[in-house]
Design a protein around this ligand. Structure first.
Ligand SMILES: NC(=O)c1ccc[n+]([C@@H]2O[C@H](COP(=O)([O-])OP(=O)(O)OC[C@H]3O[C@@H](n4cnc5c(N)ncnc54)[C@H](O)[C@@H]3O)[C@@H](O)[C@H]2O)c1
Ligand SMILES: [Zn+2]
Ligand SMILES: [Zn+2]
Length: 367
């Protein structure tokens, strides 16, 4: 079938929206008609050419939500009409990592996904008979996509797909980090660095867990205002003595939990130092530039702080995303408030411009 899709033709150039061919799903695969797709930093990062593992041409996009249109042979957990969120991080349930229960990094299809292929080593996307690679196993800047069954989370049909798509990456990263990765405890103190989609997700997650003190740091006063709406009890405009400031606000000790959501290694270091002696847990979520290193004075570790990180915030997509959707439906997570702009696929380059200007939290493309 022909679909409209936003193609990265050349690094550093605007995406080109055009017709491409999408083949039907093969065994274990599912055809999804997309309803909405968030625009995330990773899309722009790849489009810019800075990502060393990036390739072109490809259809970008990885924050999708839509409706199952057809399923390939052997697909048992999904059927036409089901509502789904796309997962760049699958959950097969049977690989050595999934079975361990210790990590969300499923290794079932990792190698082929990294090459831009579906698990059987081929692509469903093509143009003029030439195969075109998939991006992050998702390629959701398009009217439809074909994805492995294990990379789709089935969600409640009553949830808005525009809101649910945010759970395909950014929102879940912060929420899951606070709820399941760090397991923030009731009554605890939390410091979140960066109040973008990921940091705000961590704020909401910490609040849901019952944290008593939630300090949010950002450079932007507007973002800090928003953070207050989402549960920040105190805000700090980032300054030279941010760590000192957090220690002062936590009885000189530091926060029980800190979360870094900026992608800046300097800020990651601050998040380590702002974690409490004895048991403070620092969760690093930002993606740093290639080759950058995080410096930690070993004394911070010897004296009992822990440092961890998590792709997708450690979320197991097929297990946790439907739970987060239910929490959204219960009114516990205001996903709609994160959507600052809605626009058609044809305006995808405008969405990148807004992101560069830090205008709003998330743009959602609608189809
Ligand atoms: N772990 C994952 O799987 C995963 C998933 C999605 C995004 N990410 C990464 O998470 C990071 C945040 O993503 P986002 O979408 O929220 O980005 P964003 O750009 O919307 O938010 C980052 C925020 O950090 C703030 N900031 C900048 N300098 C600061 C400083 N010195 N101190 C405190 N705050 C500062 C910015 O003002 C901004 O509000 C990015 O690095 C992104 O690539 C990781
Ligand atoms: Zn993303
Ligand atoms: Zn697995």
């Amino acid at each position: 079938m022909k679909i409209r899709a936003a193609v990265l033709e050349e690094f550093g150039k605007p995406l080109v929206v055009q017709d491409v061919d999408l083949a039907p799903p093969k065994a274990g695969e599912v055809l999804v008609r997309l309803a909405a797709c968030g625009v995330c930093h990773t899309d722009m990062y790849t489009a810019s050419g800075v990502d060393p593992s990036g390739y072109a041409p490809t259809v970008l996009g990885h924050e999708g939500a839509g409706v199952v249109e057809a399923v390939g042979e052997g697909v048992t957990s999904l059927q036409p009409g089901d509502h789904v969120v796309t997962l760049f991080s699958p959950e097969c349930g049977t690989c050595v990592h999934c079975e361990s229960g210790k990590t969300n990094i499923c290794v079932a299809i990792r190698e082929e996904q990294g090459k831009g292929h579906l698990p059987d080593g081929t692509t469903r996307l093509s143009r003029n008979g030439e195969p075109m690679r998939h991006f992050m196993g998702t390629s959701t800047f398009a009217e439809a996509t074909v994805m492995p069954e294990i990379a789709l989370a089935k969600i409640a049909k009553t949830a808005s797909l525009e809101a649910a798509c945010l759970l395909a990456c950014g929102a879940t990263t912060g929420l899951a980090a606070a709820i399941w990765k760090a397991e923030v405890e009731k009554g605890s103190s939390v410091a979140v660095f960066g109040a973008g989609m990921v940091g705000l997700g961590a704020v909401v997650g910490a609040k849901l867990q019952g944290a008593e003190q939630i300090i949010v740091v950002d450079k932007s006063a507007d973002r800090l205002e928003l953070a207050k709406k989402y549960g920040a009890t105190e805000t700090i405009v980032a300054h030279d003595e941010t760590v000192r400031d957090i220690l002062d606000r936590t009885g000189g000790q530091g926060a029980d939990y800190t979360f870094e959501a900026t992608g800046l290694v300097g800020v990651m270091g601050q998040a380590v130092e702002a974690a409490r002696m004895g048991w403070g847990v620092c969760t690093v979520l930002g993606v740093a530039g290639k080759g950058e290193k995080l410096e930690i004075i070993p004394r911070f570790l010897i004296t009992g702080r822990k440092v961890q990180g998590g792709s997708f915030g450690g979320a197991k997509g097929r297990t946790h995303v439907p739970q987060l959707v239910d929490m959204y439906l219960d009114g516990k997570i205001d996903l709609d408030g994160f959507i600052s702009h809605r626009m058609p696929l044809d305006d995808v380059n405008r969405a990148f411009e807004l992101m560069e200007q830090h205008d709003g939290i998330r743009t959602v493309l609608t189809f």
